[in-house]
Structures are given as C-alpha cells and as structure tokens.
Design a binder for this molecule. Structure first.
Ligand SMILES: CC(C)(COP(=O)(O)OP(=O)(O)OC[C@H]1O[C@@H](n2cnc3c(N)ncnc32)[C@H](O)[C@@H]1OP(=O)(O)O)[C@@H](O)C(=O)NCCC(=O)NCCS
Length: 171
C-alpha cells in the first residue's frame, strides 16, 4: 500500500504524525488479514511500535503487510514501513510491528479463520515464533496465565540456559 504524505498529515516540523502512520499501518495490516480470512476483521492488539525515522511531507509511505500465522479466530500480521523520496526514489526503513486481528461475524463475535501454510524457511521461522508472541501478548493483556504459556516458557527457559555471548547477552 502507498500513501502520499500531505500537509494535513504532518506536525509543525513537517513530519508525518505518529498517529496518522499507525492509521495507515492498521489499514494495510487489516487488508492482509481480510484477504486471508475473507471476513470482517477487528484489531485486537498492536505490539510495540518504534518510530525509527521521520517521514517527511511529500514523501511516499510504502507499507507491506503479511499474515504470519492464523490461529483459531485470530491472525498475526507482520508489517514493515518505508519512506520513499520522490526525487531520488530511495527508500528508508522507518517502522515495523506485529498486529493481531480477529475475524468477526455481523454481531462482532469471533469466527474461525482458515489455517495458513508457511512455504519458505523465513515464513516457517516467523510462523513457529508466532505461537510464543501470541502467548506473550495474551499474558500481557491478562488473558493468559504465564504458567499456561507453554511455548513462551519453553523459549524463556532455553534463553536462560543458553551460554552467554561475548557481548554479555544470551541466545
Ligand atoms: C478482539 C475481540 C473480538 C476479542 O473478542 P473476545 O470475545 O474477547 O474473544 P475471545 O476471548 O474468544 O478471543 C478471540 C480471539 O482474540 C484473541 N485475542 C483477544 N484479545 C487479544 C489481545 N489482546 N491480543 C491478541 N489477541 C487477542 C484471542 O487470542 C482469540 O484468538 P484465537 O481464537 O485465535 O485463539 C474483542 O475484544 C473486540 O471486539 N475488541 C474490540 C476490537 C476493536 O474495536 N478494535 C479496534 C480498536 S480501536
């Protein structure tokens, strides 16, 4: 999806406002979830979003969203954002985030979505990791107890057991 940054989208510095960018991201990610499920979808959560680089007035916001995994009624969507300079055609990476959408019926009740089959190695890695990301966001939302988050706990245990790296980190 492409969006041109117009004066009404910017702050007093002439940069795209964060809320406007989140709006573009929500729409782009929702379209990916709708295309997968062929259902109406609602945003259930957005994982942490870092605004790494400003997008300037007159630039084109380029958004690319992919469904990484479908669960029962929810879908995780990975979205990446670039700013494109019209004069040079160069793109800067600005933003990335995971969104979760839930397919709903006309009364707003969650309904099942088709499964997603990952094909490439990168898709398979993101698919596998989606299970623990889902558990983490449900734990943080108070919808799942940490002791019931099996994938997440297994991952945290593996990190704790991993030997420290040279920079002092683990895993
Ligand atoms: C999202 C929503 C449909 C969930 O409905 P619910 O009755 O609480 O549904 P359930 O507890 O049965 O959960 C349904 C799915 O939502 C997922 N879900 C619920 N809360 C979530 C959260 N905070 N983060 C990620 N997923 C969540 C569940 O994991 C479940 O997925 P699964 O079926 O694939 O396992 C409901 O809370 C809602 O309508 N929220 C408002 C949505 C909205 O207006 N969005 C725009 C915000 S401005």
């Amino acid at each position: 999806m492409n969006e041109l940054v117009l004066p009404n989208d910017t702050n007093t510095l002439g940069n795209l406002m964060g809320g406007r960018l989140l709006h573009f991201m929500d729409i782009c990610a929702a379209i990916a979830a709708q295309r997968h499920s062929h259902r109406t979808v609602v945003t259930a959560s957005v994982d942490s979003v870092d605004f790494r680089a400003a997008v300037r007035l007159g630039e084109v916001v380029v958004l690319e969203a992919t469904v990484t995994r479908a669960f029962t009624t929810s879908m995780e969507v990975w979205i990446e954002v670039w700013a494109e300079d019209n004069a040079t055609g160069e793109r800067r990476h600005c933003n990335r985030a995971y969104y979760t959408f839930v397919a709903v019926d006309q009364s707003g009740r969650p309904i099942p979505v088709p499964p997603l089959e990952p094909e490439t190695e990168a898709e398979r890695e993101r698919f596998e990791a989606a299970a623990r990301r889902r558990e983490l966001r449900l734990v943080l939302a108070g919808r799942l107890r940490l002791e019931d988050a099996a994938d997440l706990r297994q991952h945290l245990d593996a990190l704790a057991l991993a030997p420290p790296r040279e920079d002092g980190g683990r895993g």
